[in-house]
Design a protein around this ligand. Structure first.
Ligand SMILES: [Zn+2]
Length: 326
């Protein structure tokens, strides 16, 4: 028998025509593969809206069999230019999660700067050596460990990244003190990408008007924090700030705050986060745990998602294990 309490929530980031873009090496989903995947999903699943998922969570409405929800993180301009017209045309809803500060202050998130530094570097070994120079420069002031220490600790290949790439990402996203991380990221961004942050931000993220346009046309827009920090690394007060400022931004662009939703940057949250969301009348929270969301098993503030790479990108592909679990 079908379980009508399950939804497969798919997570997307960059979606663009990679080889014709300025940064063909950026790790994103090619637009034609997104279309193929959408065809596959429409053929095998029922694409649902956020409103229906909220109904299922709060009013015990059952979901259609093989329900799938499409989510897009970080409010990239890619989503407005490439994704929205396709969804609109097919009368499908997408849910878009905005890191508010990047948009309201025309800044670029460090995580995105790092992606574009990596995509702009012709030689990864040279980039690694540049981080060593930077560490040398600041070693005394910040009481840093040796270069070998950081490289030995962080250069571990994973499912997505070569060991050199994993080292750069971890060093600059988390390992070093925040103030120093920002300094080094900005130096390398200037050197490898060479564009002003303000100009880059405008070609990177959607504007308020574009978000409003999507809302008006039936898309869902949710909270993805203010600074795009790991919430579980913040104090309660700092977490409240992230949630509140994210909500203020949603209010400003016209989101119905009776149905606001949260998507944790990096999928990171802790019990304090869940209390804050409960108190502030958040309807649901999305993590980056890889699984089908069974509503009878998962906390409504900790719903798992599948990355696009977990799902076939060929309209005629046979279904995979995730389909069977969904
Ligand atoms: Zn994000």
């Amino acid at each position: 028998m079908q379980n009508l309490n399950k939804v497969t929530i798919v997570m997307y980031h960059y979606i663009r025509d990679l080889k014709n873009s300025r940064y063909p090496k950026i790790k994103g989903l090619d637009l034609f593969l997104f279309i193929e995947q959408l065809n596959y999903l429409q053929k095998n699943y029922n694409i649902i809206t956020m409103e229906l998922l909220i109904e299922a969570l709060y009013n015990n409405e059952s979901l259609p069999p093989k329900a799938v929800l499409l989510t897009f993180d970080d409010a990239y301009l890619d989503h407005f230019t490439n994704v929205f017209p396709i969804l609109f045309d097919r009368k499908i809803q997408g849910s878009f999660f905005t890191p508010a500060k990047a948009i309201s202050e025309n800044l670029v998130l460090d995580v995105n700067k790092i992606h574009f530094i990596l995509a702009s570097a012709d030689n990864i070994d040279y980039l690694v050596s540049r981080t060593f120079n930077e560490l040398d420069k600041y070693r005394n002031k910040y009481e840093l460990e040796s270069n070998d220490f950081y490289y030995g600790k962080l250069a571990v290949a994973n499912r997505l990244d070569l060991k050199e790439v994993a080292y750069i990402k971890k060093l600059l996203q988390k390992e070093l003190p925040e103030e120093l991380r920002n300094k080094i990221v900005n130096t390398l961004f200037e050197e490898f990408v060479g564009m002003s942050e303000n100009a880059f931000s405008r070609e990177m993220y959607m504007s308020r008007d574009q978000l409003k346009c999507m809302l008006k046309n039936g898309m869902h827009v949710g909270n993805h924090g203010y600074n795009h920090y790991w919430l579980n690394s913040l104090s309660e007060e700092e977490q409240r700030f992230e949630v509140r400022k994210g909500c203020e931004f949603l209010k400003e662009i016209g989101v119905d705050m009776n149905e606001w939703t949260m998507c944790y940057p990096y999928g990171a949250y802790n019990p304090i986060t869940l209390n804050i969301l409960e108190e502030t009348n958040c309807k649901l929270g999305l993590t980056s745990v890889v699984d089908v969301a069974d509503l009878s098993v998962y906390n409504k503030f900790a719903l798992p998602r599948l990355d696009t790479n977990e799902i076939p990108k060929d309209s005629n592909s046979k279904v995979n294990d995730w389909f069977l679990k969904g």
